[in-house]
Design a binder for this molecule. Structure first.
Ligand code: G1P
Length: 295
């Protein structure tokens, strides 16, 4: 790259999914608002984006998701009451989480047509600049926030980047899978991508973990994208075109922390235990309860 790649200022959060795997919890409460310890899952992911320097948060929502918008707004009565009761610590913590006015945008995906379609819904808000994409189900827990690592790698490579991590061979069919030039390297050039390959056909065991940096040319490809795996408009299929037809570079960044898939019950429960055990105010009590239950 001759010139410095354009800065990543905006991030897209697709939050329109119905959360059917979590019924009845998600009948009236969006799955993104389920809590890992005392923060909604979506707040953890916004925290990651913010730690990576993101300045504008774009939520692609759907019907019954209005509470997500409320979560990222002021709550006048609550804040007033906390102030009156001199609960300064709680109030400061709430205010620190709040995007500054104008830093959050919300648009609706009107029909559940797939991840590719959800991302396309953000096209006008993103405009003609590269952006980050974070899938809120996947909590990336590590020493450095995953997106921060990726933005650093992007500074050197430019182009498009995807976070990846190894999965057991018998799980590759559940994810997008990439083939790379060097499966051991922290950052490697992507040579192949496939969405949910049938068992035994995956080009590697590196799965797409749900963190992306994408160039805006993806939007025109998404607009024309036909349905793929599962009858949905797949982001991976348009990324393949961006790489093969338009010749744009894609790099894989290996994430070496732990990923909790909060779209699955086990992942969600494990995230609660792991995040709880890291909290100084909860760790000892939680450890005692786990020890008791394991007896
Ligand atoms: C999506 C992506 C897939 C990726 C996965 C990570 O699939 O299409 O490439 O591996 O997220 O969670 P979904 O989980 O929406 O089926």
């Amino acid at each position: 790259m001759s010139s410095k790649p354009a800065r990543i200022r905006k991030a897209v959060f697709p939050v329109a999914g119905l959360g059917t795997r979590f019924l009845p919890a998600t009948k009236a409460v969006p799955k993104e608002m389920l809590t890992v310890v005392d923060r909604p899952v979506i707040q953890h992911v916004v925290d990651e984006a913010r730690a990576a320097g993101i300045e504008h948060f774009v939520f692609v929502t759907g019907r019954n998701k209005a509470v997500i918008e409320d979560h990222f707004d002021i709550q006048y009565e609550l804040e007033r009451t906390l102030a009156d009761r001199k609960k300064t610590k709680e109030l400061d913590a709430l205010m620190a989480d709040l995007p500054v006015a104008g830093q959050a945008s919300f648009t609706r995906q009107q029909a559940p047509l797939g991840l590719g379609h959800a991302v396309w819904c953000a096209r006008d808000i993103i405009g003609d600049e590269p952006f980050a994409l974070l899938l809120p189900d996947m909590l990336h827990h590590g020493a450095t926030p995953c997106l921060k690592d990726m933005i650093e790698a992007y500074g050197a490579s430019g182009g498009n980047l995807i976070a990846v991590a190894p999965v057991p061979d018998d799980q590759t069919h559940q994810y997008g899978i990439v083939g790379v030039t060097d499966a051991k390297a922290k950052v490697a050039r992507i040579t192949q991508m496939v969405e949910k390959p049938p068992q035994g056909t995956a080009p590697s065991n590196l799965h797409i973990t749900g963190r992306y940096i994408l160039q805006p040319e993806i939007f025109d490809l998404l607009a024309k994208q036909e349905k793929g795996a599962g009858g949905e408009i797949q982001l991976t299929d348009s990324m393949i075109r961006l790489m093969s037809d338009l010749g744009q570079a894609f790099h894989a960044v290996q994430f070496d922390g732990t990923i909790y898939d909060c779209g699955s019950k086990i992942g969600f429960l494990a995230a609660n235990v792991a995040y709880g055990l890291e909290r100084p105010d909860l760790a000892a009590g939680l450890r005692a309860q786990i020890t008791r239950l394991m007896k």
